[in-house]
Design a protein around this ligand. Structure first.
Ligand SMILES: Cc1cc2nc3c(=O)[nH]c(=O)nc-3n(C[C@H](O)[C@H](O)[C@H](O)COP(=O)(O)O)c2cc1C
Length: 368
């Protein structure tokens, strides 16, 4: 893990890594823990509240409860490509490759980034609930689907829950329907633009308006080209269909009010300081680097959410070499651009659903 100034954003994955090429998908053997098999948490993790934390239960039951917050992580097309196995003091997070997007994301890069966000968020949730923990990524060379193993010590009795951190976690969401033309909070700008040297090396802020306009235009042009590919469109649409209203994954769409790419990726109608474009970069192109990017993404988003600011996310640089090559000189980043984040305040919030904890829980006896 590269050194990152704590004051800015501290990624949580500090892990031992071992990697082998992809082998198989994760077999599904779902487990319904007693604590979540009844009541509303079985239905909707978004309804989990810190007051529901089972303070007197075993550490294993407590970890199962915390899964409700970890699944609030962002994921490509809201595919939520993760599974959890909780046993005693250990949580294992697996990639669920049955949720892969073979056209949009042929190498599973965005899938692994999504899993990295989930691992990272689990770490932040453990911090918020006062659990000391250690984490190792790709801990089993023979199982490339096992993204991370997190081991906690018992939670000290007198820890108070960090409600501010939890609020940032639960209030974060992706902007899709355009931005308000309102200046960003000064504290947010001071944090991310105030001291360039304090920014971690994986994060670039695009300050030059001309460069920003060129990047936004590139995003729109490339997206238009992608949308003209029927396979791409069909795969995307299958996760964003208006009929998905009752589904616990994908992105609910209102056919009366279609979301257009230009609503978040143009500057039309916006005053100068209402958005800030940032670029997440990757030092190398390996699954470990993708998992780390997920960690970086999550920590940047939580930090921004703590200032009341959210982001539109764009993974075109991850999927298009052409976009990467055009964007890189514009951003003057060292690493390869991988995700674009456009921060601001949403015109309208769009809350995405989450699969229930039951649906993402593997049986403790599960062996891959
Ligand atoms: C790796 C990754 C890539 C993403 N790419 C895009 C994208 O290209 N366009 C977009 O609108 N949202 C993108 N998102 C955001 C997801 O659509 C969003 O996280 C998901 O729908 C869940 O919604 P939420 O973030 O509001 O919880 C991406 C998220 C991740 C983690």
């Amino acid at each position: 893990m590269r050194g990152v100034p704590d004051a800015v954003i501290a990624p949580v994955l500090d892990c031992v890594f071992s990697w082998k090429p992809f082998k198989t998908g994760v077999r599904r053997l779902f487990y319904v823990p007693a604590s979540i098999s009844r009541g509303r948490l079985a239905q909707n993790p978004r309804e989990a509240k810190s007051r529901d934390f089972p303070a007197n239960a075993s550490v294993e039951e407590q970890l199962k409860f915390l899964v409700n917050f970890a699944v609030l992580a962002p994921s490509v097309h809201n595919t939520q490509p993760w599974l959890f196995r909780v046993l005693d003091h250990t949580v294992e997070i697996y990639a669920d490759r049955s949720r892969a997007l073979p056209v949009v994301d042929p190498e599973d890069r965005s899938l692994v980034i999504s899993c990295g966000s989930c691992v990272s968020l689990f770490g932040s949730v453990l911090d918020a609930f006062g659990f000391p923990f250690s984490c190792s990524v790709f801990p089993d060379m023979s199982d490339p689907d096992l993204m991370a193993r997190i081991t906690v010590s018992s939670r000290p009795d007198d820890v108070t829950i960090d409600e501010d951190q939890l609020k940032a976690i639960t209030s974060r969401n992706t902007i899709r329907r355009g931005f308000q033309s309102l200046p960003l909070p000064t504290a947010f700008t001071a944090h991310f633009v105030g001291d360039e040297d304090a920014l971690p090396e994986f994060l670039c802020v695009v300050k030059d308006r001309e460069a920003e306009t060129l990047i936004l235009k590139q995003v729109q042009d490339t997206e238009r080209t992608y949308q003209s590919d029927i396979r791409y469109r069909r795969e995307s649409d299958s996760w964003m269909h208006p009929m998905r209203q009752r589904s616990r994954d994908g992105i609910p769409m209102n056919p009366e009010e279609p979301t257009t790419i230009s609503s978040c990726w143009s500057s039309e109608g916006l005053s100068d300081h209402s958005t800030l474009l940032m670029v997440l970069t990757e030092p190398s192109d390996t699954p470990r680097a993708w998992l780390e990017t997920g960690d970086h993404l999550m920590q940047v988003l939580i930090k921004a959410a703590s200032f009341g600011v959210n982001a539109a996310i764009m993974n075109l640089p991850a999927t298009s070499k052409q976009v990467r090559e055009i964007i890189k000189p514009l951003t003057q980043c060292e690493g390869d651009p991988i995700l674009l984040l456009r921060f601001g305040r949403p015109q309208r919030k769009l809350i995405t659903p989450r699969r229930s904890s039951v649906d993402v829980m593997l049986h403790p006896g599960f062996r891959h």
